[in-house]
Design a protein. Structure first.
Length: 156
């Protein structure tokens, strides 16, 4: 399988991990080049080749990630309903819910199923009803109770 085909088949999270791995490889190869050790040992051209390959891999993965995000939307980033209700992606309540999602729900099959269904449905629900006052009045007390329960339980 060609590298580009391999990268095309990756999920968003796999692409992000791939990019991180090659950025670390790039930093390591550049550090070796900069230290002068590569020049002294005669491996400078090999290190330079590693740097170029890492840069290529990073650029290819970033392009593919950009395409996937534009087609699918960013995965697992926003809590659509909570962000709509609390008015900010960075509100403490939204942070609490995202942390609970990532550290508790995402650890079980039924939690993962809930997350998958939520991310299929909630963007459409918010798009349709997010501007309505009744939507906020309905969800705010429910989400407040969930946040309080999470904080009392000590999951955070």
């Amino acid at each position: 399988m060609s590298t580009s085909k391999y990268i095309e088949d990756m999920t968003q999270s796999e692409l992000k991990a791939h990019i991180k791995h090659f950025e670390e490889s790039l930093n390591s190869a550049q550090a070796a080049l900069n230290s002068g050790m590569a020049q002294a040992s005669g491996t400078a051209s090999k290190r330079q080749q590693q740097v170029e390959q890492a840069k290529e891999q990073i650029e290819m993965a970033k392009r593919q990630l950009s395409v996937k995000i534009s087609i699918e939307g960013e995965k697992k980033d926003g809590c659509y309903v909570a962000t709509c209700v609390y008015g900010s992606y960075d509100s403490p309540e939204v942070w609490t819910l995202r942390y609970f999602r990532d550290e508790t729900l995402d650890k079980s099959w039924y939690g993962k199923l809930f997350i998958r269904v939520y991310y299929k449905i909630s963007p459409h629900v918010v798009k349709l009803f997010g501007e309505k006052k009744w939507f906020n009045r309905l969800w705010r007390p429910i989400l407040d109770k969930i946040v309080v329960k999470i904080l009392k339980k000590g999951d955070i």
